[in-house]
Design a protein around this ligand. Sequence first.
Ligand code: FAD
Length: 445
Amino acid sequence: MPTVSFSRELPLRHDVDVFVAGGGPAGIAATLAARAQGASVLVIDGHTCFGGMGTAALVPAFMQFGDGVNFLADGIGRRVFDLMWARNAHGPDDDRERSQWGSLGIRAEALKRIYDDLITESGAAYALGTNLVGVETAGRRIDHVVCWGKSGLFAVRAKVYVDATGDGDLSAWAGASYEQGDADGGLMPGTLCSLWTDIDWAAVRADGRYAQNVIPQAIADGVIEVDDPHLPGMWRLGEHLGGGNIGHTFGVDNTDERSVTEALIYGRRLLGQYERFYKEYLRGYERMELATTGSLLGVRETRRIVGDYQLCLDDFNQRAVFDDEVGRYSYPVDIHATRPSKENFGAFWAEFHALRYQPGESYGIPYRCLLPRDLDNALVAGRCLSADRFLQGSVRVMPGCFITGQAAGVAAALAVEQGSGPRDVAVGALHQRLKALGAWLPNAG
Ligand SMILES: Cc1cc2nc3c(=O)[nH]c(=O)nc-3n(C[C@H](O)[C@H](O)[C@H](O)COP(=O)(O)OP(=O)(O)OC[C@H]3O[C@@H](n4cnc5c(N)ncnc54)[C@H](O)[C@@H]3O)c2cc1C
């Protein structure tokens, strides 16, 4: 492909202690945690709200905040959880006690306001509709980043940079090594999540059938064009409202806008087929109407930045304990099949049920998973942290991202205070600060 060069003088609009790229669960937690240590912070997000997948993409529920005995996402995760209850931002069927160990429905507009309040009250600088578009490095250090908003391009300089983009944009563009997908580069499919009105939930309950068990018939009948028996389902989010995590966009790569464009258009078309399925094959959905689809595609997997340590399946199996752990988590290994078929779904289902814990069990997340191996002044948190595919399939859910984001924020601020890089932060001091924020660290001295 031919190339052109591009060079500009840019305003250095922000010079801060900590720059956070991405305002999803990981970026929010990193911002609040760094601010709580007194660091000056700028957080940007390319979208129109904070929250990432849980708001803009309409993912309808949080997975477990705890392991059935302990509240694992304690600290900032607990603040969000409490606000979900204080502001009635959850689904009408949720139960506060049970939801700590199961799922918690999300009313996306209420959650957007929760995040707005947390960020604006934190004293951080913030900008929505603002994309990270470039990273300038000097050796292993990031010197500054380039952002784009409607005012044009501008630069930001920070002492420490936190990559909470979910896709590892900041780290990868700074030259950090990463892995992506399975051995063939195959990725978990995305889902264009959706909101549906006029569902008769009493009739759904009376019908009692599980959509997952009915969908094979609709596939056999040609109502759904793809042989994809995996149907996470519809969450009850209001009196007549449903949040759909239905349909998969196979083969999408969120690090390529051409692929995302195709997936968005395909996802919207596919939902027409699911609408027919719900209306014709199940009870209670006959009058349902599609209110909207997510304004971001739901993305489960892209880059996994290679850190000083890679969290791995063995750690899950061993319920690993690490000297430098910054939290513990317990969600099962949930790797949606790369390609649709009955057999692949069967393999997914078996793995999802085999790789799960009993109440009270969890694995540790070492601080080293947040340190990109090739960079000296950056941290990574959330979906794109350093893990193998199995553990990415567990720690990627939102409460897991609160845990790693919180740790990244505290570590970034500590590094700034010490005048060192994040790699030189003393684990004891990190534990102390995390505990002061409320983090659950049963193995820290
Ligand atoms: C369909 C689906 C269903 C899921 N179901 C559940 C569930 O039931 N429960 C659960 O807990 N989790 C669920 N997950 C997982 C979870 O939602 C995500 O893994 C989690 O939100 C990741 O958090 P994050 O902060 O790392 O990234 P994200 O939530 O993706 O947030 C990243 C943010 O960074 C911004 N960003 C990205 N790149 C740039 C850039 N270059 N410049 C500026 N901003 C940028 C994005 O706009 C986004 O707001 C689901 C995910 C999907 C896709």
